[in-house]
Design a protein around this ligand. Structure first.
Ligand SMILES: Cc1cc2nc3c(=O)[nH]c(=O)nc-3n(C[C@H](O)[C@H](O)[C@H](O)COP(=O)(O)OP(=O)(O)OC[C@H]3O[C@@H](n4cnc5c(N)ncnc54)[C@H](O)[C@@H]3O)c2cc1C
Length: 213
């Protein structure tokens, strides 16, 4: 099974982990819990009226834990280097080494780990990534502040993490992957059984909108 290794447990990293683990990829996260979310109170995150950033971080963790992400807290990654068939990631705990097919760098404003990867940078000195989060280094996906000059919003990092995951899932799938879920079956059958009643007014109309006798 392919291994996705995510470095950083803020909105970007945990969103990647949710998408990849939910869709069957073996996913590991290393994090040191210094997310900027601890400083934030969110009024601008989809689906949330008003929430303390630290509490949102708790929910993000619960979501990945529900999909069996192997989450290592207080575990700093010290180095990432490319190999012939993926990456080697070193952590500070007893000098452990991990291998991975894909690596997602979600360390926020801390860009140190990208040095060894030698990703091409833009003139503004951020990593040059496209909208899928692909870079000059195949299967390495920097996100958030590493690829953005000053667009520092939780929802943007979340989107970066999701885009990286979708690109990984698309590679594994061999064609564009969509993480689409549908409503529960009971809801769907109720919707379908009443659908004809709901669409009748339109099907009984002429193209000009005049009801057909
Ligand atoms: C004062 C303040 C208020 C804000 N208010 C808002 C707001 O209202 N709305 C909004 O949308 N955004 C807000 N933000 C911005 C938002 O918090 C960030 O955009 C968001 O947290 C970035 O997410 P991220 O996942 O990219 O990085 P981060 O949240 O910074 O997460 C990075 C994670 O990587 C970990 N890490 C770093 N290096 C390593 C390593 N070597 N090994 C392992 N783990 C590592 C860190 O410990 C951290 O947990 C605010 C930020 C600040 C500072």
């Amino acid at each position: 099974m392919p291994e996705v290794l995510v470095i950083g447990g803020g909105p970007a990293g945990l969103r990647t982990a949710l998408f990849t683990a939910k869709n069957g990829l073996d996913t590991t996260v290393f994090d040191t819990d210094e997310t900027w979310m601890h400083n934030a109170h969110l009024f601008n995150y989809p689906g949330i009226g008003s929430a303390d950033g630290s509490n949102v971080r708790v929910t993000l963790r619960e979501q990945v834990d529900d999909f069996d992400v192997d989450r290592h807290q207080e575990t700093p990654v010290t180095a990432v280097s490319p190999t012939d068939d993926g990456f080697v990631v070193e952590t500070a705990d007893a000098d452990n080494e991990y291998t991975a097919d894909y690596v997602v760098l979600a360390t926020g404003a801390n860009r140190e780990l990208t040095d060894e990867l030698d990703c091409v940078c833009t003139d503004e000195e951020v990593i040059d990534a496209d909208v899928t989060m692909e870079t000059s280094v195949e299967d390495a996906y920097p996100t958030g502040a590493m690829v953005r000059v000053e667009e520092w919003q939780a929802v943007i990092s979340t989107g970066d993490g999701a885009a990286a995951a979708l690109n990984i899932l698309t590679k594994e799938n061999g064609e564009q992957f969509h993480d689409f879920d549908v409503p529960a079956v009971d809801f769907l059958s109720t919707w379908l059984s009443t659908a004809s009643a709901r669409i009748r007014p339109y099907s009984c109309c002429s193209r000009s909108g005049t009801p057909i006798a």
